[in-house]
Structures are given as C-alpha cells and as structure tokens.
Design a protein around this ligand. Structure first.
Ligand SMILES: Cc1ncc(COP(=O)(O)O)c(C=O)c1O
Length: 381
C-alpha cells in the first residue's frame, strides 16, 4: 500500500510539482534565516509586519495568563469566552456590519459559510481565480456552481440571467491571492442588486491593508453595504491566525446553527484573541503602515516592470512575477536565494497551467534599502 503512495509522489516529482517544507529560524520578520543564510523575506502575508510585533506577543502572554492557552472546547459547548464575543463585536464594526463570528481559519470560514448559506436548489456564481477554500466550499454546498471567467462581468451578467435558483450567491476574493488584482466590486454589487443575488466577499488579503480604517477593499470603494457576507482573515495583515465572517445577525445566527467548520471545532485560542485585539489597536493607531506597504510595493512593482519582467497589472502588496514554466519559476526562486532573497515559486494546481510564478509580497516593515536589495537580486536573473 505504501508503495502506491511512493508512486504518487514519484509522479508529482516527475511533473516538476514536488512540494516540500522549508524551515526558517527565529522570529517571523522582514529578514529570516533559511537554509543557512539570512534572506530578505518576500513571500509572507504578514503585510503590516505585525506577526512579530512585541505588542501582540505581550497581549497574547497577558491573555494566556488570565484566560488560559486554550478555550477548552468548541464555542457551542463551553469554549465561548467573553473575549471572543468582544472581538466579534470589534470585527463587525471594522466591516460596517452588526454581527460577526470567529472561525479557526479562513479555510474553515469559507467552507463553513458557503455550505451553510446555500445548498441543493441554489446557485453559486464564482470567479475562476477564487481561492481553493471557496472552491471547496462551493463543492461541499451541493448548490449548482457557475464559474465565470476572471473578473468578466459580461459573463457574470449572462450567467445570472440564465440561471434561476432559489437563492443565488456571487462569491469572490476581493484581492486575488495569487494575482494581487482586485474584483470589480462596484459592478458586482450593481449586478447583485439588479438580480436579487447575495454577494460573499473574501477579504483575506485586503483586511487591514485597504480602506480608511483597514476594513478592506469594500470599505475603500464604499460598497460595504452591497456585501451580504464579508470574510476576513486574522493570519495575514493582522499577523495572528484565524478568521471571521461579518454579516447581519440573521446570517451569523444561521452560521452558529449550521456551519459545520464552526460547530465541530475548538474555539480560537485565547492568546490569539488577545493578539488580534492588539493588532486591531495598531491598525487603528498607525494608518501609516497601510500607506507604507502600498508605497514599497509600488516601488518594487515599477522596478520589476522596468527590467521587463511579466508583472500583471494590479496594486497592493502582492506583486506576481510570471515565469510561465514551473522549472523556470523554481530556478528563479533558487537563484534569488543565492542573492539572499527568499521568494517561493507558485506552481499548478495553485495557479493555472503555464502561469507558474514568483508571488512576491511586500511588508510595511520593509525598508527602502530592502526593496533596492530585492530589485538588485531580480536584476541578476
Ligand atoms: C483568498 C483567501 N481566502 C482564504 C484563505 C485561507 O485563510 P487561512 O490561511 O486563514 O486559512 C486564504 C489563504 O491563503 C486566501 O488567500
């Protein structure tokens, strides 16, 4: 039996798609130690540089001592702590809604929310480049799934016209995780309003980064009222772990009763709740972090474009550099590490065939010198 697994792995290797874990040493920071060298980290989702922030560590330690390191149970048994409820209230406010519910991860939030809100007899309209957790949530829901080409509003309009259903849910990333481009939210909200569809918006890569208070892209574009279900993550710009759904109280009530990835799992650990609270304080107090990450990313993007790299249009901390072929993406990643820059190659099936890439990501704590170092390293390719 084990031999069959070895055969599977051999096939993955032969396709150039073998993945392996690569440990880094020490604190999560702008520079990390990896494979015996210190390298500039250019592939984390720690966009605001909060994951290693001492205020978050202090808050986590304080809460661990006061409440314990684990919640001890799922939320519906004995694991619903007052601090969970207080954080949910704060996250609801961040998303301009009146309800919110914590999940242990964004993957679980998407899986649980989609499969709880729609089912047999309903229809989902999903962007072709949505995150894997949305794709899996759609599959699990048993609703009819209509995938529209990436950001193609004409196609979405046609699908909405031709696919009647009991409930209709448009679901999209706000900032696309592997491409860094943005969903056309004005158009999506207008189509939803015209056709009576609901909109579920995954702001995993936008929460904390975009918007006047860090609420995300819907806040930045002033369309938050057109969104039925907001998903935000706590493990990316907020530097911790976990996720949440923010929506009207009736949606939250339904999730508490139906979302299996919420019901059948241990509640978010108290130290994480404390650290997220501290992260939200910084998001509110230091808007300059949002401005800096965007400025640094724009500098890097311009530098890479000037050198002739294939960088698809976009704005924000995710700067994809398309290599095309998986072997080429891997070779670029290795060559950059030789120059003390750590960027992972992203290959199919995470991205479509023929679009292997380096998914370069910038942090607010990268200095101008760090960005110059990155550009110099890319020049060597
Ligand atoms: C768009 C999107 N949604 C959801 C997730 C999952 O979030 P988490 O890492 O908290 O499970 C990710 C993570 O990569 C993501 O990119």
């Amino acid at each position: 039996m084990i031999d069959a697994f070895r055969d599977d792995i051999a096939r993955v290797r032969a396709a150039g798609l073998y993945r392996e874990l690569r440990p880094t040493q020490g604190r999560v920071d702008t520079w990390v130690e990896i494979e015996g060298r210190r390298a500039l980290l250019l592939c984390s989702n720690n966009y605001l540089g909060l994951a290693g922030h001492p205020a978050l560590a202090d808050a986590a330690a304080r809460v661990a001592h006061e409440y314990g390191v684990g919640a001890g149970a799922s939320r519906l048994i004995s694991g619903s702590l007052a601090i969970h409820h207080a954080l949910e209230q704060r996250l609801a406010t961040l998303k301009h809604t009146t309800g919110a519910l914590l999940f242990p991860s964004g993957y679980q939030a998407n899986l649980g929310a989609i499969s709880a809100l729609v089912g047999h007899g309903d229809a989902i309209f999903s962007d072709a480049l949505n995150h894997a957790s949305i794709i899996d949530g759609c599959r699990l829901s048993r609703a009819a799934v209509h995938v529209f080409p990436h950001r193609d509003m004409t196609a979405l309009a046609a699908l909405l016209r031709d696919a009647p259903a009991r409930r209709r849910l448009i679901v999209t990333d706000s900032v696309f995780s592997m491409d860094g481009d943005h969903a056309p939210l004005h158009e999506i909200c207008a189509l939803a309003a015209d056709t009576g569809a609901m909109v579920m918006l995954d702001e995993a890569h936008a929460t904390g980064v975009f918007g006047s208070s860090g609420g995300g892209l819907a806040e930045a574009l002033g369309v938050h009222d057109g969104i039925t279900v907001h998903v935000g993550t706590l493990g990316k710009a907020l530097g911790c772990a976990g996720a949440f759904v923010a929506a009207a109280p009736a949606v939250i009530e339904l999730l508490v009763n139906r979302a299996r990835t919420f019901i059948y799992t241990t509640a978010l650990p108290p130290p994480t709740v404390g650290a997220v609270d501290a992260a939200l304080d910084i998001v509110a107090r230091e808007p300059e972090r949002r401005a800096t990450v965007l400025t640094r990313a724009a500098t890097l993007r311009a530098g890479l474009e000037d050198m002739g790299f294939d960088v698809p249009p976009g704005e924000g901390p995710i700067v994809p550099v398309i290599a095309g072929d998986s072997a080429r993406a891997m070779a670029w990643s290795r060559a950059l590490l030789e120059r003390d820059v750590f960027v992972q190659a992203i290959r199919p099936p995470t991205v479509p065939d023929g679009t292997a890439r380096l998914r370069v990501t910038v942090m607010a704590t990268h200095t101008e010198d760090d960005i110059a170092h990155a550009i110099e390293a890319f020049a060597s390719l």
